[in-house]
Design a protein around this ligand. Structure first.
Ligand SMILES: [Fe+2]
Length: 262
């Protein structure tokens, strides 16, 4: 797969890119089934009435590989399994897209993915207004793949378009998490002025995003569990560039096509 010029320009301008229908149906089915091995007793794949959140006190878990809290369920345990790596970062179209954005032969080989990240249906609970955040991981390019349908209002990944252009300069370094003095002002401006975009889609749809793009998961007003696999692409030269100050050309660590806007 080769990205179109419009894809490159859209990513540069907005900080994210949606490519639909990339993932392998068999692996997605395997992941949807695997999720239920981490479910608390009484919640089952075959009974949608048991999918509604929040988790009650007995169901909550702070165990890192299977966090269940409120409406969020971060099932990280299967993230180390090789087939999960095949499902997302080593999917040929996902990998080639990442290489077109970051450069060929420069990305670290993936050994694991973050896991299956879910948002339970909110049922009668009103959906909150979500606010943007950034992840603390030092990475270049985030990616997520939906493994089940995500209806509009169904807990889709939500982005603050163009925020990467401001947040890139709101840190002391390119990839570290030490915020600069003007971070709070920049964040407040983004939160007040940029209308967020919630991304709905089908199983197999993939979203790529710049590591400094404001994002969050929206509340889930649908009857389905929002299910997505997450991974963070990191270039091999991360240790060299991690603490460099943000560059005048914020695309200087990216592919030639992206840095030239071609
Ligand atoms: Fe995040």
């Amino acid at each position: 797969m080769v990205l179109e010029q419009d894809d490159i320009l859209f990513f540069r301008e907005n900080g994210y890119l949606i490519k639909r229908g990339l993932l392998c149906p068999d692996l997605m089915e395997r992941a949807r089934n695997r999720l239920w091995k981490g479910a608390p007793h009484g919640r089952s794949a075959s009974d949608p009435a048991t999918w509604v959140g929040p988790f009650n006190e007995e169901e909550e878990s702070r165990q890192g590989d299977n966090v269940r809290r409120g409406f969020r369920w971060l099932y990280r345990e299967p993230g180390k399994e090789p087939w999960m790596v095949e499902l997302l970062p080593k999917n040929p179209d996902v990998w080639s897209t990442a290489e077109e954005l970051l450069g060929a032969g420069v990305i670290q080989e993936p050994e694991s993915v973050r896991g299956i990240y879910c948002t339970l249906p909110f049922g009668e609970v009103p959906l909150p207004r979500v606010q943007p955040h950034l992840d603390a991981y030092a990475s270049h390019l985030g990616v997520l793949g939906y493994i089940d349908q995500v209806e509009p209002g169904g807990g889709g990944f939500t982005v603050w378009p163009k925020s990467h252009k401001k947040l890139y300069y709101a840190f002391e370094s390119r990839y570290g998490d030490k915020k600069s003095k003007n971070y709070a002002e920049i964040y407040a401006q983004i939160n007040a002025e940029i209308p967020p975009v919630e991304i709905s889609g089908q199983a197999g749809d993939v979203v790529f995003w710049h590591h400094r793009l404001g994002h969050n998961a929206s509340g889930n007003g649908s009857a389905r569990i929002r299910q997505a696999i997450f991974y963070d692409f990191v270039k091999r030269d991360m240790s060299r560039t991690l603490e460099l100050p943000p560059a005048n050309d914020m695309w200087c660590d990216w592919s030639k096509a992206l840095s030239a806007g071609l």
